[in-house]
Design a binder for this molecule. Structure first.
Ligand code: GLU
Length: 371
């Protein structure tokens, strides 16, 4: 590992590092991380920080008696996040002698291609001006439908949107172990991973953190997203200053997930790993689809029915009448209009649409289902 080859890294820091006791922020574990960020920047490496901690930082402001029944209540958590986000940003600010910028996102921003690209533009511009972007999920406005849910997966989505080459995820243990090290003394640290498969997920088990929402599983999910975009990913122990000294010395102190030699095309990666299908287009059994082939042009006649409520530009699942899932695709029309098109009594309208308007699905954004 040679950190000097890095050009743009994303470093993810979890709630347990920022607010270890759930009583507001503490810089105890952040100093060595801040120092690492400074060292990277002075070596010419651009850094994006994905920081959790708003809920953990804000929790102590809510009366335990009054709100005790509600600590798992999403409404209270949103209020905690709104209150704690400012404290979290202020804590980071005290550790840096350069400007920082707050970037708050939800999954609704990442799954719209134009907004996803606008996130990239903002991060690019901040970095060009030597400002450190500090990204978090905008928990104050999220709902179950809108959120990413954990900052491990968010950090991978940010790393791909920002075209980073390296993702460092700070954990509370050294990295991925062959078994849960809290339960098995013979558990061994896995230093290098070249492929993420079921065995790797089995090692991660269901281990979770007591503060924050992630666990080893969400870190592996994040690594899988990142490496398939060509991003080298590390899971390291963020609590130990030796971790950061080792990385600056070019050593791997944790688990290194090697990036794919043939990364996915950015658009296909975004479709597969960032978007969620918000509805379904059901097509006739004779309909075929492949990348960039003439048959990709779905015409009104192919469309049998539409499920769900979606807008133009959303991603939907293309499914055959017999149930086979074909692909995730970006639709150019809303469910309302496509329901009208699928209705055979509106054939004149459908023929006109095929002839004169944008195709039903965007040819540029098709992620075929793995068979
Ligand atoms: N966005 C959440 C927060 O700032 C953290 C989510 C997570 O723990 O992964 O509190």
């Amino acid at each position: 590992m040679n950190f000097e080859h890095w050009k743009r890294i994303v470093i993810k820091v979890g709630s347990a590092l920022i607010a270890p006791t759930n009583t507001g922020c503490s810089s105890e574990y952040l100093l060595s991380i801040a120092n690492f960020i400074k060292q990277c920047r002075s070596s010419g490496i651009q850094v994006v920080l994905v920081s959790s901690g708003s809920i953990a930082a804000g929790a102590h402001l809510f009366s335990p008696n009054k709100d005790s029944k509600n600590t798992d209540n999403i409404i209270i958590k949103k209020a905690m996040a709104a209150a704690g986000q400012a404290e979290m940003m202020a804590t980071w600010d005290t550790l840096f002698d350069f400007p920082t910028a707050q970037v708050l996102l939800t999954h609704a921003d990442l799954r719209k291609r134009d907004r996803y690209e606008s996130i990239r533009d903002t991060i690019d511009t901040l970095l060009e001006h030597d400002i450190l972007p500090i990204v978090n999920e905008n928990d104050a406005v999220t709902t179950d439908k809108l959120k990413v849910g954990d900052n491990d997966n968010l950090s991978a989505m940010v790393a791909t949107a920002a075209h980073a080459d390296t993702l460092v995820i700070c954990s509370d243990i050294e990295g991925l172990f062959t078994k849960n090290p809290h339960l098995h003394q013979d558990a061994k640290l896995v230093s290098d991973v070249y492929q993420i498969d079921e065995d790797i997920y089995a090692m991660a088990g269901g281990a979770t953190s007591s503060v924050g929402t992630g666990g080893m599983k969400t870190k592996i999910e994040a690594a899988e997203k990142a490496i398939s975009h060509g991003i080298d990913t590390y899971i390291v122990n963020g609590f130990k200053k030796q971790t950061f000294q080792a990385m600056l010395a070019g050593d791997n102190p944790g688990t290194h997930f090697f990036s794919d030699k043939n990364p996915m095309h950015d658009g296909v990666h975004w479709m597969r790993h960032t978007t969620r299908a918000l509805g379904e287009l059901i097509v006739g059994d004779q309909y075929k689809i492949g990348h960039n082939e003439a048959s990709d042009l779905l015409v009104a006649d192919d469309l049998l029915s539409v499920n769900g409520d979606f807008s133009s530009g959303d991603v939907v699942l293309l499914r055959k009448h017999n149930g086979d899932k074909l692909a995730k695709v970006k639709t150019n029309y809303s469910s309302c209009l496509l329901n009208f098109v699928a209705d055979s009594t509106n054939q004149d309208f459908s023929e006109e649409l095929d002839k004169t308007q944008d195709p039903i699905i965007s040819k540029q954004y098709i992620a075929l289902m793995e068979s």
